[in-house]
Design a protein around this ligand. Structure first.
Ligand code: SAM
Length: 164
C-alpha cells in the first residue's frame, strides 16, 4: 500500500471511530479531551460532531490552523506527561470522550507514551466514557471495542471505560 493510501485510510479510520464514539456518549455527561492538536483537523471535527460539549485540548506546541485553536481556557499547553496528571483541576468533571493522537514517526517513543497514557488517562474518565486512540492502550478499566465496519483492526483503537 502506498503511503498516500495508508494516510487516507488512517484519516478515514479516525473519522469513523470519532463518529462512532460521539454517538455512544449521548448518555454520558462530561467534557471531551483531545490529546494532540496538531493541525487542528480532529479538534475541528469533534467541535462539529459535539457542538454542545466543552473540548479541552492538550498540546506541547501549537502549530494549528488559526481557525482551529481553542481559547486559552480550553488549551492545556505542555507535555502531556506534565499536564495530564494536573488536569483534574482544569476540567469541569470526568470526561465522556478522549481522543489520543499524540503519535509521531518513532515507534518506540509511541509505545512508551501509550504505556504511560494507559495509566494516566483512566482517572480522568467518567464511567461509560469512550477512548479513541492512534495507539493501543492497556488498562484494566479500558475495554477494547472493535472498530466500526470498514476500519481495519489495529489501524485505530476504540475503548469503553468501565470504572471499577
Ligand atoms: N489530531 C491532530 C489533527 O487532526 O490535526 C494531529 C495530531 S499530530 C499527529 C500529534 C500532535 O501531538 C503534535 O502536534 C505534537 O506536538 C503533539 N504531541 C506529541 N507528543 C506530545 C506530548 N508528549 N505532549 C503534548 N503534545 C504532544
Amino acid at each position: 500500500m502506498s503511503r498516500l493510501d495508508s494516510f487516507i485510510r488512517r484519516l478515514e479510520a479516525q473519522r469513523a471511530c470519532l463518529g462512532f464514539a460521539a454517538g455512544q456518549i449521548r448518555a454520558v455527561a462530561g467534557p471531551v479531551l483531545e490529546l494532540g492538536l496538531g493541525n487542528g483537523r480532529t479538534y475541528d471535527h469533534l467541535r462539529e460532531l459535539l457542538p454542545e460539549r466543552e473540548i479541552f485540548v492538550f498540546e506541547r506546541a501549537v502549530n494549528a490552523h488559526p481557525d482551529c485553536i481553542p481559547d486559552a481556557a480550553h488549551l492545556i499547553l505542555g507535555d502531556v506527561r506534565a499536564t495530564l496528571p494536573q488536569a483534574r483541576r482544569r476540567l469541569p468533571g470526568p470526561a465522556a470522550l478522549a481522543h489520543l493522537d499524540v503519535g509521531t514517526g518513532d515507534a518506540a517513543q509511541n509505545a512508551a507514551l501509550a504505556a504511560w497514557l494507559s495509566g494516566a488517562l483512566p482517572p480522568l474518565l467518567a464511567h461509560g466514557a469512550w477512548v479513541v486512540s492512534d495507539q493501543a492502550l492497556a488498562a484494566p478499566t479500558l475495554i477494547a471495542h472493535p472498530p466500526p465496519a470498514g476500519v481495519a483492526p489495529e489501524r485505530y483503537f476504540l475503548y469503553h471505560h468501565r470504572a471499577k
